[in-house]
Design a protein around this ligand. Structure first.
Ligand SMILES: [Zn+2]
Ligand SMILES: [Zn+2]
Length: 114
């Protein structure tokens, strides 16, 4: 509970770009919440997710012969029912490898989200 030092309105907690702020709903005054809450871990997790989302898969990293799935996974881009799949170590070595899919029709590549 904190009141705005400018206008005295009760401040509202907000999360902007992974940082916690207290924002005044009346005049817009905002201040960063630095102490008490374990913000570090959460911020770290967000960073991790952003990095994973931006993974670029180069074609030469995709194995030549891939097992094919039919009517199990559908291409999110064109809706085709046949996809190739493989796994790749994208994170730390002690974490399980990530499964990737490649559309047999349009060649779109995406990763499996658990
Ligand atoms: Zn205010
Ligand atoms: Zn496709």
């Amino acid at each position: 509970m904190k009141f705005c030092p400018k206008c005295g309105t009760l401040m509202q907690p907000r999360r902007i770009n992974g940082i916690n702020y207290l924002v005044c709903p009346k005049c817009g005054y905002k201040e960063e919440v630095s102490s008490s809450q374990p913000t570090y871990k959460v911020a770290n997790k967000i960073k991790h997710t952003v990095r994973e989302k931006s993974i670029v898969i180069e074609n030469d990293k995709i194995p030549e012969t891939l097992p094919k799935l039919k009517d199990v996974v559908y291409c999110p881009k064109c809706g085709h029912n046949e996809v190739y799949y493989w796994t790749m170590q994208t994170r730390a070595a002690d974490e399980p490898p990530t499964r990737f899919y490649k559309c047999a029709k349009c060649g779109y590549v995406w990763r499996e989200y658990e």
